[in-house]
Design a protein around this ligand. Structure first.
Ligand code: DOR
Ligand code: ZN
Ligand code: ZN
Length: 424
């Protein structure tokens, strides 16, 4: 079956080209890219006025499956993913049970394959049960195909154990995706430590909670040689340290989430837990540093930390509700509205941070729009405006601080291995 995506502007971060062209897809692969291709295809997508980009790759998603299917399932998560323009996602291991052995890895991979929407790569926990006491079955999980190790939801507080996990990550050539949070420094905090914590009557989370572990993990990565990727960076300190680490040649990369470059702690209204996530919304100074880091390359990736929770759970208020917001279905519009439109990023950089760089970090032969490569593509209309409405989400998680926000940029179609898995 032939698929023709016509009249779009094709962005290929692989060779840094951007040109009006048609894309012909056959047998799951990009067969030809060229101006006004004279072919009759069974299926045609008119991408006039749109960008045709490599499908987005989200390095940070919570699918909640197994064990918390009332929050999300592999299927609802994947429907949300393709609605958001994603063709590959990395699932975090803090499920119930924790993904700390090959059986759970296979369970998620098999389920995702049966559903067949986007690619799912299940990350493996660094320690058994994410309890931080002993290493998980890392070798077994590598055999089962994990793309990375991560203790997401927390840090491995025992530095020796963390070092051992990094040594194995180095041995098996997979990156460590680090959630940087010093458990002792958190000290009961739920929002950023600033005047807004007082305004809301809540305990604060200092920047040092993140910065201390970011520094520690970079030191351990240098010593072990492991590839380290810092998850959801939220502080100015993280960006400064990343810049330095890259200058001295460390194997370190990092991601930022849309909420952390769009909102500050001042935006939190009285007791609305849709603004509660970990790490928390920080200050304008941090937001400015994150945007500058994205612009100058200190930050490589935009990821969502898609963390669906139920309305009942989020109704418990800022103090007691779980951390996290749904992110898969709003990220592309927020990147367009908050970063591309104001000139922080070009469309090419958007493609780099949402496809090309994640593919590189994960060692995937994707993230480009090139002949002979797998046809994972997204058709993105940069002009179309809309108001974010969680009722439109395919995710079970409607927990977003962006409800009612007017944004620009809309995913029009998503193609995975040549199959149109979402079309507006
Ligand atoms: O906001 C968050 N939610 N941060 C995390 O680290 C974990 C995640 C979750 O699992 O809900
Ligand atoms: Zn995390
Ligand atoms: Zn997470």
């Amino acid at each position: 079956m032939l698929l023709l995506i016509k009249n779009g502007t094709v962005i290929n971060p692989g060779d840094q080209t951007q040109a009006e062209a048609d894309v012909l897809v056959e047998d799951g692969m990009i067969k030809k890219i060229g101006a006004a291709l004279p072919v009759k295809a069974e299926r045609v997508i008119d991408a006039a006025g749109c960008y045709v980009m490599p499908g987005f790759i989200d390095m940070h998603v919570h699918l909640r499956d197994p064990g918390q299917e009332y929050k999300e399932t592999v299927e609802t998560g994947l429907r949300a993913a393709v609605h958001g323009g994603f063709t590959t996602i990395v699932a975090m291991p803090n499920t119930k049970p924790i993904v700390d052995n090959p059986d759970v890895v296979r369970y998620v991979h098999n389920k995702a394959q049966d559903i067949g929407l986007a690619h799912v790569l299940q990350a493996g926990a660094m320690t058994r049960g994410e309890r931080g006491e002993e290493l998980s079955d890392i070798e077994g999980m590598v055999e089962a195909g994990i793309p990375a190790l991560s203790e997401d939801g927390k840090s491995v507080m025992n530095a020796q154990l963390c070092r051992e996990a990094m040594t194995l990550a180095m041995k098996y050539d997979i990156p460590v995706l680090a959630h940087c949070e010093d458990r002792n420094l958190v000290n009961g905090g739920v929002v950023n430590e600033d005047g807004n914590a007082q305004r809301l009557g809540l305990k604060g989370i200092a920047n040092s909670v993140e910065d201390v572990i970011a520094a520690r993990d970079m030191i351990l990565a240098r010593e072990t040689g492991a590839a380290l990727h810092l998850c959801h960076c939220s502080t100015k300190g993280s960006v400064q340290m990343l810049r330095f680490a890259k200058q001295v040649g460390l194997r370190v990369t990092a991601e930022v989430c849309p909420h952390h470059f769009t909102l500050t702690s001042s935006d939190i209204p009285e007791d609305d837990a849709n603004y509660k996530m970990n790490p928390p919304l920080r200050t304008q100074e941090d937001v400015d540093a994150l945007k500058e880091g994205l612009r100058d390359g200190a930050i490589d990736v935009i990821a969502t930390d898609h963390a669906p929770h139920t309305a009942i759970e989020k109704g418990e208020g800022l103090k007691h509700a779980p951390f996290g917001i749904a992110g898969l279905e709003t990220v592309a519009s927020l990147v367009m509205t908050e970063l591309v439109e104001p000139g922080y990023l070009t469309m090419m950089q958007m493609a780099e941070k949402m496809s090309y760089n994640p593919a590189k970090i994960l060692g995937l032969d994707r993230g480009v729009a090139e002949e002979g490569k797998p046809a994972d593509l997204v058709v993105f209309d940069p002009q179309r405006e809309y108001v974010i409405n969680p009722a439109d989400f395919y995710s079970k998680g409607k927990n977003t601080p962006f409800a009612g926000r007017k944004v620009r940029g809309m995913v029009m179609a998503t193609v995975v291995d040549g199959r149109v898995v979402y079309e507006r």
